[in-house]
Ligand binder design. Structure first.
Ligand code: 13P
Length: 256
């Protein structure tokens, strides 16, 4: 059975003060979590988050990393540096990086391999734009994004260490959420793509939904058979909203 995973992607938000406030509230409830919870703060707050979260069950992740191991790469952060801060997860290929930083599927694939080899669990983000959906190309886009990453891995064991996040670009930060059935169809399709590489891995890999997940739509989305958790942007910056989404996941774990 796949345990639900709720991840907060803080993006480029926060300050030392708001980080401490948010973690104070979220961390205090972590022991009650029947699901797995992680937060991905900006790099500069990883150390602070690591210190505060070490007393809790909440895992830490980064929002990106370099595809290179070390060297003259000004401004970059390596996978092993992230493990130094006890990061378990790293987001890779978020649509904001694909769009604003020109990250290709191949870049995302190289980063994924680098992350796995350093002992991190990559959360690989995939998803179509509104234009691609309107043109009937959603499944082509998802298949390409998944297969390029899976082809770069060396074993089904490596594939099993992946988490995938389906984030339709049109739903990110827009307040428009994919309906539960649209999201479920995409998640089931992603699982079929993974099965072409390894049937066992396809059943183990968690596929998270991201894109305007909020307390009022989380339970319906998380109840879908192939939706194994959420990657939360805006609502993860509000402790009570984030905790409500965690509660929805915990309730579903309890009935499964
Ligand atoms: P929102 O929840 O703000 O739509 O962001 C989703 C996202 O991009 C998470 O990575």
């Amino acid at each position: 059975m796949r345990r639900k995973l709720v991840v907060g992607n803080w993006k480029m938000n926060g300050s030392r003060q708001t980080v401490l406030e948010l973690l104070g509230t979220i961390g205090a409830r972590s022991k009650a979590a029947g699901c797995e919870v992680a937060i991905c703060p900006p790099f500069v707050y990883l150390d602070l988050c690591n210190l505060v979260l070490s007393a809790t069950d909440i895992a830490l992740g980064a929002q990106d990393m370099s595809e290179h191991a070390s060297g003259a790469r000004t401004g970059e952060v390596s996978a092993t540096m992230l493990t130094d801060f006890r990061c378990r997860y790293v987001l890779l290929g978020h649509s904001e990086r694909r769009t604003s930083h020109g990250e290709s599927d191949e870049t995302v694939a190289r980063k994924t391999l680098q992350a796995i080899e350093a002992g991190l669990s990559p959360i690989v983000c995939v998803g179509e734009t509104w234009e691609e959906r309107q043109a009937g190309r959603t499944y082509d886009v998802l298949a390409r994004q998944i297969h390029v990453v899976a082809d770069a891995l060396n074993s089904s064991g490596q594939l099993m260490s992946l988490t995938v996040a389906y984030e339709p670009v049109w739903a990110i930060g827009s307040g428009v959420t994919a309906t539960a059935s649209v999201a479920q169809d995409a998640h089931a399709f992603i699982r079929q793509c993974l099965a072409r590489h390894s049937a066992t891995a396809s059943q183990r890999v968690r596929i998270l939904y991201g894109g305007s997940m909020k307390p009022d739509n989380a339970a319906e989305l998380l109840a879908m058979p192939d939706i194994d958790g959420g990657l939360i942007g805006g609502a993860s910056l509000n402790a009570s909203q984030f905790l409500s989404i965690i509660d929805a996941a915990v309730r579903l774990e309890a009935v499964q």
